[in-house]
Design a protein around this ligand. Structure first.
Ligand SMILES: *[C@@H]1O[C@H](CO)[C@@H](O)[C@H](O)[C@H]1NC(C)=O
Ligand SMILES: *[C@@H]1O[C@H](CO)[C@@H](O)[C@H](O)[C@H]1NC(C)=O
Ligand SMILES: *[C@@H]1O[C@H](CO)[C@@H](O)[C@H](O)[C@H]1NC(C)=O
Length: 169
């Protein structure tokens, strides 16, 4: 398994609790990256990360029937003039899976990620407020090409963008 995959899997398996808790879990930190202390903002994260555009920009419309898998591609475009780390989350992990869920984007690079919808029963399941969230933060160096979730654990400036899911019955 390559580095990128193992890091992203680590994110998938262990980062979910971060959605519900504001505390850090240092035990899950990568052993080879010094934890970023809360209340100390490194210089590179004291400036807001640059702009990101997604295509689609604001919503994904998911057409019925919902009884088979669907995959949608989302493009992420043009991130500032420096390298950023991004992660993509959804609260409804049962219905959506996202690949890749995290990574590094060099300045002015574009990338695609896939959202796959699992089949579900529209009449019995809650579909309100479904959305995915892309978060990004500056990395220490423009040459960085390995993702560290710890970058998101300090008080550095994070930017985020929501894409809402609409169900067309
Ligand atoms: C992204 O931004 C850079 C400058 O920040 C610009 O030179 C480049 O053309 C932009 N790329 C796209 C695809 O818009
Ligand atoms: C996204 O899905 C398409 C079609 O299923 C596939 O060709 C493509 O490689 C996937 N992209 C990623 C980043 O997995
Ligand atoms: C969805 O749930 C409703 C209510 O329980 C049920 O009547 C229906 O048969 C279910 N549909 C499917 C495709 O399972």
């Amino acid at each position: 398994m390559n580095n990128f995959l193992s890091i992203c899997l680590r994110l998938l398996l262990f980062d979910f609790h971060d959605l519900f808790s504001t505390t850090n879990s240092d035990s899950l930190s990568a052993p080879h990256f010094p934890p970023i202390k809360r209340n100390t903002i490194p210089e590179y994260q004291s400036v807001p990360p640059g702009a990101v555009i997604t295509e689609p920009a604001k919503k994904i419309i998911f057409n019925a029937p919902f009884d088979s898998m669907h995959t949608y591609q989302v493009k992420v475009i043009n991130l500032s003039d420096r390298t950023i780390a991004y992660n993509i989350r959804t609260l409804n992990m049962k219905r959506f899976s996202i690949y890749p869920p995290c990574g590094i984007l060099k300045k002015t690079q574009n990338m695609f990620f896939n959202i796959t919808f699992a089949p579900f029963n529209y009449t019995t399941e809650n579909t309100k407020n479904d959305r995915i969230t892309v978060k990004w933060i500056n990395t220490p160096n423009n040459e960085d090409d390995e993702y560290f979730r710890e970058w998101f654990h300090g008080d550095g400036m994070v930017n985020q963008h929501h894409i809402y899911i609409q169900y067309n019955i």
